[in-house]
Design a protein around this ligand. Structure first.
Ligand SMILES: NC(=O)c1ccc[n+]([C@@H]2O[C@H](COP(=O)([O-])OP(=O)(O)OC[C@H]3O[C@@H](n4cnc5c(N)ncnc54)[C@H](O)[C@@H]3O)[C@@H](O)[C@H]2O)c1
Ligand SMILES: O=P(O)(O)OC[C@H](O)CO
Length: 334
């Protein structure tokens, strides 16, 4: 049996540990920051704070001891907030098994550097790109934890790596496909969060489906232009990690990015929204670095720019929708 480590016992880390543990080929250990969460998983097979009502597999073990969790792991899955990964890797670096595959489950860019998580893993932990993989797709944790049928994508420049991850991360209710477009797969997950915040905002304001469908469609064109300029394949942006995740996140009340946008649309300030969010909404931290990256390449991102103005308190959310649905250049399918 392959030993697999999952680092981060929040919604997605715990759900993904369940996905892996529900494949009988894997022996899975989950790292939790908090003792009470590790204890609850080990004694009651539950993580009530993050996955209320979900029974976890009895074979899933948890620990707060990083060395114990990482020791002997052939695959290490990372599911912490994107803004903490650098510090986490600096602390854990020497404990990462030398030949292990390192998988990012995260969907954000680093605020100060604009780096994607696979780039942070390579630079900070010194992992060769051939051993790095990213998993992304329309993956709302609570639905998957409830074993609703779902698909995802494992992407790595190495065929051996992406195949090993896809095999480990598939079971009766969860199918992981593969592709080699790491940039597109990663940017798909990052950028859809920004469009989901925009759609949450107009939802909070009270607009209906026409406005939201318009923003989603124009949003896909906008994020595709950005991702392709940074080396992604256009095809990836209409696959599971692009359009698939955009649909899931934009429309679901389970999405934290949608929820954060909704609060902004109802008139809460960014500070109030951050205070009320118990879980990670990556989109809020990714807006500024993505706009910086867009500026570097001269890419127009009218929707994301309006979101930034609302976040900064410089635009009334009520004024956002008319701007969001026109003004973008280079339409994809109009
Ligand atoms: N929840 C989902 O449906 C989902 C699905 C796909 C991808 N993701 C991505 O997974 C990543 C993690 O999200 P999540 O939903 O599990 O978030 P979460 O807020 O539910 O959990 C975050 C976890 O990180 C831990 N954490 C917080 N600060 C930390 C720090 N400084 N050092 C170490 N650990 C810290 C928390 O204790 C918690 O266990 C995000 O990038 C998110 O975009 C989430
Ligand atoms: O809850 P969100 O907004 O972080 O979205 C969760 C996943 O990324 C959906 O695929």
């Amino acid at each position: 049996m392959a030993k697999i480590a999952v680092m981060g016992a929040g919604s997605w880390g715990t759900t993904f540990a369940k996905v892996l543990a529900d494949n009988p080929a894997n022996q899975v250990m989950l790292w939790a920051r908090r003792d009470d969460i590790a204890d609850e998983i080990n004694t009651d097979n539950r993580n009530g704070d993050y996955l209320p009502g979900i029974a976890l597999p009895k074979t899933l073990a948890a620990s707060t001891d990083v060395a114990e969790v990482l020791s002997g792991a052939t695959q290490v899955y990372l599911s912490v907030p994107s803004q903490s990964l650098r510090d986490n890797l600096e602390e854990w670096g020497s404990l990462l098994p030398k030949d292990a595959i390192v998988v990012s489950l995260m969907k954000g860019v680093e605020k100060d550097t604009g780096l994607r998580m696979s780039e942070v893993i390579e630079k900070v932990a010194g992992v060769d790109p051939s051993r790095i993989c990213v998993v992304s797709g329309p993956n709302l944790s609570l639905e998957i934890a409830a074993e609703e049928p779902t698909a995802s994508v494992a992407s790595s420049v190495s065929e051996e790596t992406r195949t090993a991850v896809a095999e480990a991360a598939s079971n009766e209710y969860f199918t992981t496909f593969t592709n080699k477009d790491v940039i597109g797969t990663e940017f798909g997950g990052i950028l859809k969060n920004l469009i989901a915040v925009a759609i949450g905002i107009v939802n909070g304001v009270g607009y209906g489906q026409n406005t939201k469908a318009s923003i989603m469609t124009r949003g896909l064109a906008e994020v595709t232009r950005f991702a392709v300029a940074y080396g992604a394949k256009e095809k990836t942006m209409v696959g599971l990690a692009g359009l698939g995740d955009l649909i899931a996140t934009s429309e679901s009340s389970l999405s934290r990015n949608h929820k954060a946008g909704e609060m902004l649309g109802k008139g809460y300030t960014l500070r109030e929204v951050q205070r009320r969010m118990a879980q990670t909404a990556e989109g809020l931290s990714s807006v500024a670095p993505i706009l910086q990256l867009a500026k570097t390449k001269g890419i127009s991102m009218p929707i994301v720019e309006q979101v930034q103005l609302v976040l900064d308190g410089k635009m009334n959310p009520r004024d956002i929708a008319p701007h969001l649905t026109h003004g973008a250049d280079g339409p994809i399918g109009e």
